[in-house]
Design a protein around this ligand. Structure first.
Ligand SMILES: [Zn+2]
Length: 363
C-alpha cells in the first residue's frame, strides 16, 4: 500500500487545473517518467495545450486497437491551496483529486508498471488525459475520434460509489437559447415584443415536451435544469433580448439526436436561436458481454460481492459508448468530489488495484 500512497501524494501536489497548463504538462511529464519501462510503449499527444498519454504493451505504434482501454484524467477542479498538499488521517488521504481521480489514476499507473516489471504483455492500454473536467474535447474525444484509438471494452474508475459497478449513464445535452424581442417604452408595451416573455413561454413548452411524470426513487428519468437566465436592460423597457442556458439529462430510449431535434423544433416556434454547448449519448452496458462478465467475476473475487449502480453525471464513458464500446465504471471508497473535504480510503485503492489485476488476468 505504501508505494500507492506515496504515488497518490505526489500526484495531488500538482495543481493540475485547466487554468494551469504548466501544471498539466508537469503532471504528465511525471506520469511519463514514472511509467518509463522497456516493456511499455508510451505515446504522447498535445492538443489545444492539453497533454495526454497512451500507454500499452504493444510493439507497433500503428496498432491502436486494444481489448481493454483503461481511461483516467489527471486534471482536477480548482481547490483551496492547502488541498494540493495531501493530508493523511487514519486510512484516508485528503486532497483535491484524491477520489476524482488521482487515486484511481495512481492505481492504474502502478498496475501498468507492475505488469511490465512482471514481463507480462496484456492487450490493454492506459489513457491519461488532462481535460476531463472541462469536457474532454482534447483528451478522450481527440484520442478516440482523431487519433483512432479503439477497444473492445473500456474501464473508467471515475464514477459511482464504494465499488458499485456502474453500467448505466444518463445522456446529457447543454444548450443555450437566445430570444429576440422588439424594444418599446415600458409605458406602451403594445408597441413592443418582450424577449423575456418568449423565453418563459419557451421554457414551459420545452419542459412539457422533454419531461414526463415519474416516481422512480433513483430518479432514473429525464430532468431539465435552467442553469442561467439573463434578459432585459431596465425596468421601463420592453426587453429586446433574453438568453437561457439549460442542462437536459435523459435516459434511453430517448436519444441525443431526438433531444436535439425537439429542442430545435420548439425553439423555432419562438423565433429563438439554439446553440448546443456539449452533449453525450446515454448508455447501458450489456452485462452478458464476455468482458463485462470477466469484470464482474474479478470484483466478486476481491470483494466477495457485487453491487450495481447507475450514474446521473456524464463521464468520459460517453465517448466510448458513442463508438459502440461497452464501458464499466467503478469508484473506490471516498467522498466529496469537487468539495472542500475530498478524500479516498487507501485500503480501498489497494482493493481497486487487486480487482484490476484480477481482471487483466481474465481478459
Ligand atoms: Zn473525474
Amino acid at each position: 500500500m505504501e508505494p500507492l500512497k506515496s504515488l497518490l501524494r505526489t500526484l495531488i501536489q500538482f495543481e493540475s487545473v485547466a487554468e494551469r497548463p504548466d501544471q498539466l504538462l508537469a503532471i504528465v511529464n511525471y506520469a511519463e517518467k514514472y511509467l518509463e519501462h522497456p516493456g511499455l510503449r508510451i505515446e504522447r499527444f498535445m492538443k489545444g495545450e492539453k497533454p495526454s498519454l497512451v500507454v500499452s504493451f504493444k510493439r507497433s505504434r500503428r496498432d491502436r486497437h486494444f481489448k481493454v482501454i483503461f481511461a483516467g484524467h489527471l486534471d482536477v477542479v480548482p481547490a483551496r491551496r492547502e488541498q494540493f498538499i495531501a493530508r493523511e488521517e487514519g486510512d484516508r488521504i485528503y486532497g483535491r483529486g484524491a477520489l476524482d481521480m488521482k487515486g484511481p489514476c495512481a492505481v492504474m499507473m502502478k498496475l501498468f508498471k507492475d505488469l511490465a516489471e512482471a514481463g507480462e504483455e496484456p492487450d490493454i492500454a492506459l489513457m491519461l488525459t488532462t481535460d476531463e473536467e472541462i469536457g474532454s474535447q482534447n483528451g478522450v474525444r481527440y484520442l478516440l475520434e482523431d487519433e483512432g484509438y479503439s477497444s473492445d471494452f473500456a474501464v473508467i474508475p471515475d464514477s459511482g460509489e464504494d465499488f458499485h459497478i456502474i453500467t448505466d449513464e444518463k445522456g446529457a445535452l447543454h444548450f443555450r437559447v437566445r430570444f429576440k424581442g422588439k424594444p418599446a417604452h415600458g409605458s406602451m408595451p403594445w408597441l413592443g415584443e418582450s424577449a423575456i416573455e418568449k423565453a418563459l413561454l419557451f421554457y414551459e413548452d420545452i419542459k412539457g415536451t422533454l419531461l414526463y411524470d415519474s416516481d422512480d426513487p433513483e430518479h432514473w428519468h429525464n430532468t431539465l435544469t435552467l442553469g442561467t437566465f439573463h434578459g432585459g436592460k431596465k425596468v421601463n423597457q420592453v426587453p429586446p433580448e433574453a438568453q437561457m442556458e439549460l442542462d437536459f439529462r435523459f435516459v434511453p430510449p430517448f436519444t441525443l439526436d431526438e433531444a436535439k431535434r425537439v429542442v430545435s423544433y420548439v425553439a423555432k416556434k419562438y423565433g429563438a436561436e439554439v446553440e448546443f454547448m456539449s452533449e453525450g449519448e446515454p448508455f447501458s452496458t450489456d452485462l452478458d458481454h464476455p468482458i463485462s462478465k470477466a469484470f464482474i467475476e474479478s470484483v466478486k473475487e476481491v470483494l466477495g460481492e457485487v453491487k450495481f449502480g447507475k450514474t446521473h453525471g456524464a463521464t468520459d464513458g460517453r465517448f466510448f459508448a458513442a463508438r459502440g464500446i461497452p464501458v464499466v465504471m467503478i469508484y473506490p471508497e471516498g467522498e466529496d468530489i469537487h468539495g472542500d473535504n475530498e478524500w479516498v480510503s487507501v485500503p480501498s485503492l489497494a482493493r481497486l488495484y487487486d480487482i484490476f489485476r484480477a481482471f487483466v488476468k481474465r481478459v
